[in-house]
Design a protein around this ligand. Structure first.
Ligand code: HEM
Length: 490
């Protein structure tokens, strides 16, 4: 038998096997496009813009459907009702995470983002509490952000009104907020340790969003046996963790249990307490993994939001002028903006919400999985099945946000100009896995943007009608196109 015939026979059997597997599962998994053997539905998905492909498929298969990434079935939730029913009404069942081969090697089931069970519950609860109540230290979280906002404004002043790409400076500020919370220490934007930390986080983010890593995640043995950029990720994670460990040891030597200075101190104190209770979650492995997760989840997300936000404000000078009018009226030019101001600034609040809605930062959230066999809308989703949540479908719902593709702060204002809340505002996802840094992130977006607009006029280097706000990448995060602008002091 020649090779071609053998190949065709082989493919036919795989096709039959795959069709049999699919039909034997009928009445179980939700419907979806017929998958090809081995490849699944990958040819029907635009890997550069999965979210858009999912929206097209939802028009054929409805709000809950199955797509195959290779041989792996993934259930997709599309639209507010399905997302709410799963993540909120059946929150516990849908709160699992599957390990990706690379995160399995970096986190080993520790930390928050990719952990499950008791580790996840304990680490998440502890981090939420520490991020929310850091009033126990001398400086509250809000104060730390305000201090960083002042430094950010000073750095922007140094650009002397010349055109600049804001990416680097807008990356430093949120990274420093996390440093200040974790290490009780902010860095100068030129400090080599800080630059190294930022470079490693950036590099990891770039690599983790690359197609090569998707290949590694689908074929785990590649990670152990092939050279490639994934090895750099492992090396960067190891370096970052050993830096955190070094800091933890320094903290341990000067720990005052009655006066914790930062997140590491709080963790060390808890470690001592839990040691007596025979609790094994508060370990050095979990400390380093959790700190790494906070850096990983809290820097690129924030800096991209700020960068995209400024681009939208440049594109819409009439919106920016109204925000500045409100800042002048409520805060004035001389004192730092604070969170109390927000309730007196409905227009600015609406603009901040509209930025987050419009940019749709994490279009398909972080994949969930079901923790046990779940009956959902007459289907059975087996334990461990991956679940993709289309946040785009909620943030761009045209019943609630008419003309969702248009940037319009009116989406969050009522007829009298008051701020209007919406359950469909879901950039942080929903349910038990909702972003653990939401309150921190909301403070940062409001305080950083108002601090910038209080002190500068934003000037575009091109005609505003030529500014393109279409994202250049839509994979893990929506990334705005590169641009330059001038910060003209007020
Ligand atoms: C604008 C900024 C941000 C956005 C839009 C955002 C959005 C998200 C989203 C969509 C998720 C996935 C939720 C899910 O699985 O359903 C998430 C998870 C997470 N975020 Fe954020 N995030 C932001 C900033 C931050 C910050 C500043 C921090 C912390 C310092 C943070 C920490 C986390 C953590 C720890 C998780 C994992 C939660 C878990 O698995 O239990 N995020 N975020």
């Amino acid at each position: 038998m020649d090779l071609a015939v053998a190949l065709v026979l082989c493919l036919c059997s795989l096709l039959l096997l795959s069709l049999w597997k699919q039909s034997s599962g009928k009445g179980k998994l939700p419907p979806g496009p017929t998958p090809l053997p081995i490849l699944g539905n990958i040819l029907q998905l635009d890997v550069k813009n999965i979210s858009k492909s999912l929206t097209s498929l939802s028009k054929v298969y409805g709000a809950v459907f199955t797509v195959y990434f290779g041989v792996k079935p993934v259930v997709v939730l599309h639209g507010y009702e399905a997302v709410k029913e799963a993540l909120i009404d059946l929150g516990e069942e849908f709160s699992g995470r599957n390990m990706f081969p690379l995160t399995e090697r970096t986190n080993k089931g520790n930390g928050i983002v990719f952990s499950n069970g008791k580790t996840w519950k304990e680490m998440r609860r502890f981090s939420l509490m520490t991020l929310r109540n850091f009033g126990m230290g001398k400086r509250s979280i809000e104060h730390r952000i305000q201090q960083e906002a002042c430094c950010l404004v000073e750095e922007l002043r140094k650009t002397n009104g010349f055109p600049c790409d804001p990416t680097f400076i807008l990356g430093c500020a949120p990274c420093n907020v996390i440093c200040s919370i974790i290490f009780h220490n902010r860095f100068d934007y030129k400090d080599p340790i800080f630059l190294d930390l930022m470079e490693k986080l950036n590099e990891n983010f770039r690599i983790l969003s690359s197609p090569w890593v998707q290949v590694c995640n689908s074929f785990p043995p590649l990670i152990d046996y092939l050279p490639g950029s994934h090895n750099k990720v492992l090396k960067n994670v190891a370096d970052l963790k050993s830096y955190v460990l070094e800091k933890a040891m320094e903290h341990k030597a000067s720990l005052d249990i009655n006066n914790p200075r930062d997140y590491i101190d709080c963790f060390l104190i808890r470690m001592e307490q839990e040691k007596q209770n025979q609790q094994l979650e508060f370990t050095f492995e979990n400390l380093t993994a959790t700190v790494f997760d906070l850096f990983g989840a809290g820097t690129e997300t924030m800096s991209t939001t700020l960068r995209y936000g400024l681009l939208l404000l440049l594109k819409h000078p009439e919106v920016t002028a109204k925000v500045q009018e409100e800042i002048d009226h409520v805060i004035g030019r001389h004192r730092s903006p604070c969170m109390k101001d927000r309730s007196h600034m409905p227009y600015t609040d609406a603009v901040v919400h509209e930025i987050q809605r419009y940019i749709d930062l994490i279009p398909s959230s972080i994949p969930h999985s079901v923790k046990r066999d779940v009956e959902f809308r007459n289907y059975i989703i087996p334990k461990g099945t991956e679940v993709l949540v289309s946040l785009t479908s909620v943030l761009y719902d045209d019943k609630v946000f008419p003309n969702p593709g248009v940037f319009d702060p009116g989406h969050f204002l009522d007829e009298s100009g008051n701020f209007k809340k919406s359950d469909y505002f879901m950039p942080f996802s929903a349910g038990k896995r909702i972003c653990a840094g939401e309150s921190l992130a909301r403070m940062e977006v409001f305080l950083f943007l108002t601090a910038i607009l209080q002190k500068f006029t934003l000037k575009s280097v091109i005609d505003t009608k030529d500014i393109d706000t279409t994202p250049i990448a839509n994979g893990l995060l929506s990334v705005p196109p590169p641009y330059k602008l001038c910060f003209i002091p007020l």
